[in-house]
Design a protein around this ligand. Structure first.
Ligand SMILES: NC(=O)c1ccc[n+]([C@@H]2O[C@H](COP(=O)([O-])OP(=O)(O)OC[C@H]3O[C@@H](n4cnc5c(N)ncnc54)[C@H](OP(=O)(O)O)[C@@H]3O)[C@@H](O)[C@H]2O)c1
Length: 298
């Protein structure tokens, strides 16, 4: 009798994301069960309840998915889930809060591919300004880009204080240095634009972050990427379906949310498939998302 693939989906929020539920079922899970209002302290108990009810060889057929809206909380829950495993009783774990790990992975992978193909360079030592860095997607984008050796600056739309907190958190968790800067006025954003080679926009949906005036001042800009699909675009002149399209009035190329979303979708779907197909248990976070997104973006 073939074992069923069962996915337990945990979120600290009131609702599990229908996006992730659909994605998991479409990828091939036989059953997905949402658990809402979950706190980090609840994770060990839930994981052990799941592992001890099936024989050890069912470990790879049992999964935990960690959702939510906060990268730090999801990473803490991920750690707690791994710590709760009791060999030989194990299961697979995948964290992707608000789709942010796979979205950030897709954005950085698309930009990295374009940098290599169009400008013959890598992320290493490239200046990257990130907008929306107090959000989950922006946070993860910063971690992935800094991990690849980029010189990352977080733009704070309400001043430097909160993005400095994000930079401190990234330093503590990952031992990576990123800068925090004021992005609270048009003048402050234009100043940041002057030195940016890459602009990665993960701001709130429907929020224009930089307009054509600002882009004209971005003399070193190579690529601007935007994940916001709700008009107006985060970066003026970058269409939703732009995939390395020149941005009018600049020498830079634009990558829009649909081109990124296409890689994001395949990455999240692909990581669910990886768990379903694997004969061993897996623990998947943004690092695995970026590895797969890179393959997909190639
Ligand atoms: N294309 C795709 O496949 C895909 C997938 C998932 C998400 N997305 C998009 O990715 C974006 C980020 O998602 P998220 O979940 O990280 O959202 P989020 O948690 O709401 O974060 C959005 C960020 O934008 C900031 N923000 C708010 N007002 C701003 C302003 N006036 N100027 C600049 N930044 C501002 C927020 O700051 P505060 O902390 O002050 O709120 C936060 O840092 C959204 O546009 C979302 O729709 C795209």
């Amino acid at each position: 009798l073939a074992r069923k693939n069962i996915l337990h989906m945990l979120t600290p929020l009131r609702h599990m994301s229908p996006f992730d539920v659909n994605m998991a079922l479409d990828a091939g899970y036989d059953a997905v069960v949402p658990y809402t209002g979950v706190e980090t302290g609840d994770v060990a108990g839930l994981v052990q309840d799941a592992i001890f009810s099936r024989p050890p060889d069912a470990g790879p057929r049992t999964g935990i998915f960690i959702a939510g809206k906060d990268a730090g909380t999801a990473l803490d829950m991920f750690k707690a889930a791994k710590k709760a495993l009791v060999k030989p009783f194990e299961l697979s774990i995948f964290a992707d809060p608000a789709g942010s790990f796979t979205t950030a992975a897709a954005m950085v992978a698309k930009v990295e591919k374009a940098l290599s193909a169009k400008f013959d360079r890598s992320l290493k030592d490239t200046s990257v300004t990130i907008f929306g860095a107090t959000g989950v997607v922006g946070y993860c984008t910063a971690v992935i880009a800094a991990g690849e050796g980029a010189r990352v600056t977080l733009s704070g739309h309400d001043g430097v204080r909160r993005v400095q907190g994000v930079a401190d958190d990234i330093a503590k968790r990952f031992d990576l240095r990123v800068e925090a800067a004021d992005g609270s006025s048009k003048a402050a954003i234009e100043k940041l634009a002057e030195s940016a080679q890459l602009m990665l926009c993960a701001a709130r949906a429907g929020m224009r972050v930089i307009d054509a005036d600002g882009l004209r001042k971005a003399g070193s800009l190579l690529i601007a990427a935007d994940v916001n699909a709700v008009p107006p675009s985060g970066v003026e002149g970058v269409a939703v379906d732009a995939d390395c399209v020149p941005i009018e009035g600049t020498k830079a190329l634009g990558i829009g949310p649909l081109a990124i979303g296409n890689v994001k979708y395949k990455t999240e779907f692909g990581l669910f498939r990886k768990m379903i197909d694997s004969d061993a248990t897996l623990a998947l976070d943004f690092r695995d998302a970026f590895a797969l997104a890179r393959d997909i973006a190639k």
